[in-house]
Design a protein around this ligand. Sequence first.
Ligand code: SF4
Length: 597
Amino acid sequence: MEDAGALPIEMDVSSMETGQVIEVYPHDGKTVDLKTGETICEWQLKTPVILDEVRAGGRIPLIIGQGITRKARAALGMDGDLSSMFTLPVPPSGKKPEGFTLAQKMVGRACGLKEGEGILPGQYCEPAMTTVGSQDTTGPMTRDELRSLACLGFSADLVMQSFCHTAAYPKPVDVETHSSLPDFIRTRGGVSLRPGDGIIHSWLNRMLIPDTVGTGGDSHTRFPIGISFPAGSGLVAFAGATGSMPLDMPESVLVRYSGTMQEGITLRDLVQAIPWTAEQMGLLTTAKQNKKNIFSGRVLEIQGLPDLKCEQAFELSDSSAERSAAGCTIQLNKEPIIEYLNSNIVMLKWMIAEGYGDLRTLERRISRMEQWLLNPTLLEADPGAEYAAIIEIDLDTLTEPILALPNDPDASATLSEIANTHIDEVFIGSCMTNIGHFRAAGKLLEKVDGALPTRLWVAPPTKMDEAQLVEEGYYSIFGKVGARTEMPGCSLCMGNQARVADGCTVVSTSTRNFPNRLGKGANVYLSSSELAAVTSILGRLPEVEEYKAFMRETNSSAADTYRYLNFDQLPDFVKSASSVEISDEMKEAAQKLQMAK
Ligand code: SF4
């Protein structure tokens, strides 16, 4: 709303009657009854800067106006003090905490603060946007915004455009977007994917620099390394064009895992354990009226799983969108990040060899990754950091899968509570999946003799996952059981492409199960790929022991199943990458950026 120049006000309306005529006094912070003049409630604007934003017609015109004023004053030999002309943000008052959270430090670094210092909750800031993502349903709007900003070149270090939401079943308007948007992005120095390449996040995550900040027009732009604050198309365009973004630093909620993963438990169960535990603690409710959600508008910060691979970490950060969190951080050790970046460098070089552009941006990003690898250090939360809440999850006590119930990703149940529920269709796909999930599903399905009692949909996240699964023979397993394999991309998760049958009951690995998203009147449970595959075989949710028996059979080959796409170990990618040389100019540019962080 602030970006549109509106005046958002939060007030207590419990003493208001329908039909009562009121007067609102934004400067005084009160609402009065027009007839009696009696004050109904008092409130505060989120920040007094909002009044300037309204006057300017939105947050972006105000920032641009301030920038021009600053430059004009400098040209006239005047100081940079704007306080007589603009209402400037005031730092939060009160006692300073004894430390900063990981998110606060990342944003602090992106704002140019001294190393290790952070931005406190409530503080207005404009962090540098190192990576910006745009997907195809909001891409045309972002293009319009970029035009209105007269943007001829991106200032953000890397802007990437995807076509994952519309590639499989394009409408005429999508076909036009597919042909015109790539050039628009590339000529401004951005990187454009191609229709059929796959899901935005599975690509963008592979272009990230650790501990940096970014944004994206897709609400699931949730970096597994660094942090992103997803935004509307106007702010995304602004971030791409100027290389920074206005942000009121949110508070953080800490989720801390401890203990050991139990038999049959998957990372997806750890994801659902977050709302499940928060509900038990009274921090989250599922009733629509007076809904409580401790995560809403806050940063979800995750500790206790430092050895996760970055692909796994994304399952956790991705799901922070379902919690309505503003962003997410995951404290990882440097080893999985080193492994990820070494792989990603080869993937980016392969992209250059395959003719993707913008060439200079890809070269610069490769060089930045190489620079980081020379001295791989990571920011960490301080012990004295303060959180709005701390949620402890003991893995020793998680002994059975947890699913999201129809049709609310916050509503959770353990498998034993809903075992034997009849299921019509199963979807394995979305940005919550990676190649390991499809191998696991394939290994479970391999033993099926004949047709499945369910309709099974399979959609890998990227074309590289698809090619690897074909090469390893998994597509022949999916074909043999009659699964419907979809083009890499969002598929059923997006809900605007193929759909499940009206009114059917579904188990899905996708991100969210809001009413009618996957199909009209569909009842959708969210689960792990492993549980989804077992369900597709049985035509119902299994009993816990039945599920564990299936999992035991595949556990012996877990090391083979949960291998991720390490491009630096795939001969075809290594061969393509070896033909790519990075220019000295981009090496130098990357070095400067990396030193400035
Ligand atoms: S898979 Fe679903 S959640 Fe992920 S980007 Fe696509 S539509 Fe969004």
